[in-house]
Ligand binder design. Structure first.
Ligand code: GRF
Length: 202
């Protein structure tokens, strides 16, 4: 059976591109829809090149918030598409509680640190400035908090030799691309359950 995945982006869209490319490579039966809050997002062009449908949420001002009109528009887009999964991939808006409630355990995010360390903005800079030797990435369900939802999977990255934030970001990004695809596949095509904060695959 064909699955449906909505990917929400705001910028570069490298995670989105890798999710779609790897799915094509493995001939996975997935229909993608790319949704952006930013009409200038570099990722939109990448999605179009891959012949994936894109939609821009129009009713939004600059910033982190999702205004009422934007929220309604997003809800309508999601209702029309009816996704099995909603993957946040560098989406720079706070998802409104209404949307989270409606799609709980369907909205997933990738964060560039080993949560619960370095939540929020500029996680790679936080890790570099703190001087940790190992960081990584985390894929988690979205809940009402910031980067607090149940953790689905994580990967470690050795950053002990990195000399700049950019180097840290690149090392982590490479792992993000692998991890996000693995997790998407498992969530779509295998059985899983969530008990309290624990996510089990079986
Ligand atoms: C990634 O580092 C991701 O972990 C974070 O935002 C960045 C998005 O990069 N949430 P891209 O747009 O996928 O290239």
């Amino acid at each position: 059976m064909e699955k449906k995945v909505a990917i929400l982006i705001s910028g570069r869209g490298s995670n989105m591109e890798s999710l779609i490319n790897l799915s094509f490579k493995e001939n996975l039966k997935i229909e993608f829809l790319v949704v952006s809050d930013n009409p200038e997002a570099e990722g939109l062009k990448k999605a179009e090149k891959l012949n994936v449908k894109t939609i821009v949420i129009k009713n939004l001002k600059k910033g982190w918030k999702m205004e009422r009109e934007g929220e309604e528009e997003l809800l309508k887009i999601l209702k029309d598409f009816s996704p099995d999964l909603i993957l946040l991939a560098g989406f720079m808006r706070i998802i409104p509680p209404n949307v989270i409630e409606k799609y709980y355990l369907k909205i997933v995010n990738i964060h560039p640190s080993l949560l619960p360390s370095f939540k929020g903005k500029d996680a790679q800079k936080q890790a570099f400035d703190y001087g940790v030797k190992v960081s990584g990435c985390t894929v988690h369900f979205i809940d009402m908090g910031v980067d607090t939802g149940p953790i689905i999977d994580q990967r470690c990255v050795d950053i002990s030799k990195a000399k700049s934030v950019e180097e840290v970001s690149n090392l982590i990004l490479e792992k993000e691309h692998q991890l996000y695809f693995e997790v998407m596949k498992k969530l779509l095509f295998s059985k899983w359950k969530v008990e309290n904060r624990n996510v089990y695959f079986y």
